[in-house]
Design a protein around this ligand. Structure first.
Ligand SMILES: NC(=O)c1ccc[n+]([C@@H]2O[C@H](COP(=O)([O-])OP(=O)(O)OC[C@H]3O[C@@H](n4cnc5c(N)ncnc54)[C@H](O)[C@@H]3O)[C@@H](O)[C@H]2O)c1
Ligand SMILES: CC(C)[C@H](C(=O)O)[C@@H](O)C(=O)O
Ligand SMILES: [Mg+2]
Length: 360
């Protein structure tokens, strides 16, 4: 079968890791008889340099008309880059927020899974990790602080900046439904994470989640405050199956969870809406500190491509093949530097991509 993929390499390590995911997809294509047609588009700093905007209308139109979108990462060194000395909607990250909003991708699924082979790269003690770590963060992606009204102004001679956090019950309901649906396919346990001791939006969040829970009597549901959750993740990670949370809490907690899997270079993600069109990207950023060195871990992007096969194209056995190839390569002892451990063989970004592709 043929599938169209909008490919967004982006900035920093983006082009390096996307090239490896494409290599793996091409192997899947020839092994299983599918044709993946790529159209490369610019987003982020590279688009600002070329067109003066982080995402052009033309690029957005290509993404909208594709079967799926695969992204590396966008952005540069925030404290030290010409891309950030401008209005917020002209910064590299604005392109990412725009594509998420325009494509209606309100559900960001971030699976945090510790491969047995990487237990040595996990910073937690063995007795804390126990049998392993396998959970999903269901992060709301098109609401909250990222999309609220904001401005900076001088008030009584003092510079004052404002961001607003708004959720309506429809936005909460649709992401809660996604979380409960995924829990039904897993261990039937949802922990909804909020800050209901302080925020009105979190109080509404709790109320709506409780309503949705009534439709899923088999799912065990509880609430947890976000600060406690940050602590519980490192103290007792095994208690989590599905975390359901709002946009910014999910952003922060997913970076934390990634380290339990060994490295942020292991955490894949899928951003979905109500159609088959999804955006697939690693959870990490453009890593300017290691860009251009061929040392970045491409596995998060490769596993994101596997999620694309599964969710956007319904190619389950092909997705299984990619995940199995990643596991085999780790089992054979190959590691990029971020997950390197004693007695293992260190490989580059492109060597890791070759090894995974060879194992499809
Ligand atoms: N989806 C995205 O496009 C996305 C996501 C997060 C951050 N960003 C952007 O990326 C830029 C850099 O942000 P940051 O430095 O805070 O976060 P980052 O995730 O880019 O990097 C954090 C640390 O993790 C390391 N790292 C990240 N990915 C890695 C990989 N695949 N293999 C090995 N090591 C890896 C980096 O070297 C760095 O030390 C910022 O402009 C930020 O806005 C973009
Ligand atoms: C770059 C930034 C806008 C983005 C986010 O916060 O959503 C990133 O950190 C992520 O996790 O995808
Ligand atoms: Mg993030």
């Amino acid at each position: 079968m043929g599938f169209s993929i909008a490919l967004i390499p982006g900035d920093g390590i983006g082009p390096e890791i996307v090239a490896e995911a494409r290599k793996v997809l091409d192997c899947v294509g020839s092994r299983y008889g599918h044709e993946f047609n790529y159209t490369e588009i610019l987003m982020g700093g590279c688009s600002i340099d070329a067109y003066g905007v982080p995402l052009s209308d033309e690029a957005l139109a290509v993404a909208k008309s594709s079967d799926s979108v695969l992204l590396g990462a966008v952005g540069g060194n925030v404290g030290n880059s010409r891309w950030y000395d401008v209005a917020p909607n002209l910064r590299p990250e604005a392109g990412l927020l725009k594509i998420r909003k325009e494509l209606g991708l309100f559900a960001n699924i971030r699976p945090a899974y510790l491969f047995n082979e990487l237990k040595g790269a996990c910073p937690l003690k063995e007795d804390i990790i126990g049998d392993g770590f396998d959970m999903v963060i269901m992060r709301e992606l098109t609401g909250g602080l990222y999309f609220g009204e904001r401005h900076t102004e001088e008030v009584d001679g003092v510079m004052t900046a404002t961001d607003t956090l708004t959720y309506n019950e429809e936005e909460i309901r649709r992401i809660a439904v996604k979380a409960f649906d995924i829990a039904m396919k897993r261990n039937k346990k949802v922990i909804s994470v909020d800050k209901a001791n302080v925020l009105d939006s979190s109080r509404l969040w709790r109320k709506v989640v409780a309503e949705v829970a009534k439709d899923y009597p088999e799912v065990e549901v509880s609430n947890m405050l976000v600060d406690n959750c940050a602590m519980q993740l490192v103290m007792n990670p095994g208690q989590f199956d599905v975390i359901l949370t709002e946009n910014m809490f999910g952003d922060i907690l997913s970076d934390e969870a990634s380290m339990i899997t060994g490295s942020i270079g292991m955490l894949s993600s899928a951003s979905l809406g109500s159609s088959k069109l999804g955006l697939y990207e690693p959870s990490h950023g453009s890593a300017p500190d290691i860009a251009g060195k061929n040392i970045a871990n491409p596995i998060a992007t490769i596993l994101s491509a596997a999620m694309m096969l599964r969710y956007s194209f319904d190619l389950d056995k092909e997705a299984d093949a990619v995940e199995a190839a990643v596991k085999k390569v780790l089992k054979d002892g190959y590691r990029t530097i971020d997950i390197m451990d004693e007695g293992m063989t260190q490989v580059s970004t492109s060597q890791m991509g070759d090894l995974i592709a060879d194992n499809i």
